[in-house]
Design a protein around this ligand. Sequence first.
Ligand code: FES
Ligand SMILES: [Fe+2]
Length: 430
Amino acid sequence: MLKQEINELLTQTGPGTPMGDLFRQYWIPALLAEELPEDDCPPVRVKLLSERLIAIRDSDGRYGLMDEFCAHRGVSLWFGRNEESGLRCSYHGWKYDVTGQCVEIPSEPDERHSSLCAKIKLRSYPLVKIGDVLWTYMGDPARTPDLPQWEFTRVPAGQSYTSKRWQECNWLQALEGGIDSSHVSWLHSDGLRSDPLFKDAEGNKYNLADRKPFFEVVESDGGLFIGVRRNAEEGHYYWRITPWVMPAFTMIPPRGDHPIHGHFWIPIDDENCWVFTYDYHPVRPLSAAEVRAMKDGKGVHNEFVPGTYRPLQNKDNDYMMDRAAQKRGETYSGVKGISMQDASLQESMGPIVDRTKERLVSTDSGIIMARRKLWRAVEALRDEGVTPPGVDVTHQAVRSAAVVLPKDQSFIEGCGDALRVRPGEKHASV
Ligand code: FES
Ligand SMILES: [Fe+2]
């Protein structure tokens, strides 16, 4: 349970809010690179942390992210013309470069033109392609951190796949689903048996057999390692370890030789978020069948309303609930697909869940510690200007793991280096 003021502190990320200031310390995923596929392609509207922005790729391949609205009289630049190294407003032809600098006001007399242009600059943020993702940093330019180093963006191109989807609820309740490994034994029990990106892993049997997982949470440099233990063979436990790196990165523990996956939960505004979903294998290319399955919405990906990033199963169609499939035992909740199983339940809590009413239990200890850590970091930044965990790129070099360990061994000791990125070495997985 949280006090209402703490719930507001952690869920509000608009400009000037303490949590918004925290998010503005990090490079965060803004768009998929596929959204700006070529020079001079159409501009894309992007809302992040409650700011309405426009993203472009100019004639010279440079990316830019700036205020959506023209400085002249507030027209949306989405209607603009992206041409000749800049974005031109369709109303009176004012033109901006990728930094938001006004470079042309065609209606003004020549003698005033350059001095007037120089004074006009839209708010803008850097936009950088790393892997399949365009990243932005929306904070104070003087504090710009090093570019992110997440392993899924750094492996060779054929080893990684990323999708994104719109989720219609606050970022924090979506994140909390990502660090709550206990729901897997219920909500996703069908997926462990049938999904091509999950099935046939040795570890699945422990997941399905032991529905009373024990949580052990350990602090890491950038956030937490959330260890979840289930019974395995005599004298052993099956451990699944989920890293969370502040504020919004999670990585699901692997299964067999399947690719590893995880999410970034990025606020659009206080009632919506982008879920960026990555899948990668540290040492081998993804197979054609794996990529096909991801594009078809299997694993932790999903199907889309054509031409959009809205899931095909969404709250307007009750996520295509199939009660008959539920009765036949094909799905636990009646909703098909891991990510839509999660999204349907998280969105059902309302846009911002009222955390003053919840009743937390032992399997919520990862969530409790994550909230505490966020809250502490928000206060340290606000009160003393302390850079939060997870900004330092060395904090990002983590991996999830799934291992069987003797009962007397802690997961931190048993996993050792398996929880760190080891380039060229396979992840620890059963
Ligand atoms: S409103 Fe954009 S040029 Fe006039
Ligand atoms: Fe889930």
